[in-house]
Write a protein that binds this ligand. Structure first.
Ligand SMILES: [Fe+2]
Ligand SMILES: [Fe+2]
Length: 291
């Protein structure tokens, strides 16, 4: 079974948006391929990043990272300067892109702009959705910054990449408080009550709220859950969701196709595009922000 597919009968919904099955010359099935092959340096890099992540992301670990990062006293920066910093970041968990993250930011934003010309807030979401990865420049290893996310404090979802083997050295795997279907949660507690593995999604979402940035709710959902593939693509965690989480899923799906399938697109002329995005930043998240 391809990693693009969830449990039997559940197909990655993001694939349904691309009936042509080829995107920018790359077949849809070729994205998010996590086959294990340590003789290939990129596959090996991706696997090791995820194994480190799945070994170390525990409830206690996430609490510690929240304690550190959610004080927003690590640095001060405009969004633009933080984005430019991403020029130096190569995401070690990504099997689909070997380009600096800022290229991916503009690829995503520009494709959204083509298909939703009237939704300027969404263009900006595309541009900044990964900027939380700046944590990697402040002492965080990539395995707690990049990659897919999943809830801690309950049984690991069945469609998490690399599966149970990658969690065999995680102490929470053996903790009866956390290793049942619901673990530390109530059934149907809702997506927003899950404690997610620490990474750039949750950090950026919280940072935008802290700095009173003016995105609509859907924009904030897109940012907060875009890496939660075991839920939005795999169909895991149904027993923890509530009815209204379907609306969050719709927003995330709308965003996800641009995040994933633009990675083989050409490299945009970033200098020429900045003036348009400068204006959007000025409108939605101006000035020097607390990070
Ligand atoms: Fe991301
Ligand atoms: Fe992304």
């Amino acid at each position: 079974m391809s990693r693009n597919q969830g449990p039997v009968g559940i197909i990655d919904p993001s694939q349904l948006f691309r009936p042509e099955k080829v995107y920018d010359g790359k077949p849809v099935d070729a994205f998010r391929d996590y086959a294990i092959d340590d003789s290939d340096p990129i596959r090996r890099r991706v696997r090791l990043t995820y194994y480190d992540m799945h070994t170390n992301q525990t409830v206690d670990f996430v609490k510690k990272k929240m304690d550190k990062w959610l004080k927003f006293n690590t640095f001060k920066s405009t969004v633009k300067d933080a984005l430019i910093k991403l020029n130096e970041l190569l995401d070690e968990s990504d099997p689909d892109s070997d380009l600096p993250n800022i290229v991916h930011a503009f690829q995503t934003a520009e494709r959204i702009r083509q298909e939703h010309p009237d939704k300027e807030w969404m263009h900006l979401v595309g541009l900044i959705h990964d900027v939380g990865k700046v944590m990697a420049f402040f002492g965080e290893p990539q395995w707690c910054v990049v990659g897919d996310t999943f809830p801690v404090g309950c049984k690991w979802g069945s469609t998490i990449v690399y599966g149970d083997d990658s969690f065999k050295d995680n102490p929470d795997t053996y903790n009866p408080k956390y290793n049942t279907e619901c673990g530390m949660y109530e059934p149907q507690c809702g997506l927003e009550n899950l404690m997610m593995s620490w990474g750039h999604d949750e950090y950026l979402y919280r940072m935008l709220v802290h700095n009173k940035c003016k995105f609509p709710k859907d924009g904030l959902y897109m940012i907060r859950y875009h890496s939660f593939y075991p839920w939005h693509a795999g169909g895991d965690y149904q027993h923890l969701l509530k009815e209204t989480d379907k609306e969050i899923m719709e927003a995330v799906h709308e965003f996800n196709k641009y995040d994933l399938y633009t990675k083989s697109a050409g490299v945009p002329d970033i200098d020429a595009l900045w003036p348009y995005y400068d204006k959007l930043i000025e409108k939605y998240m101006p000035g020097v922000l607390d990070w």
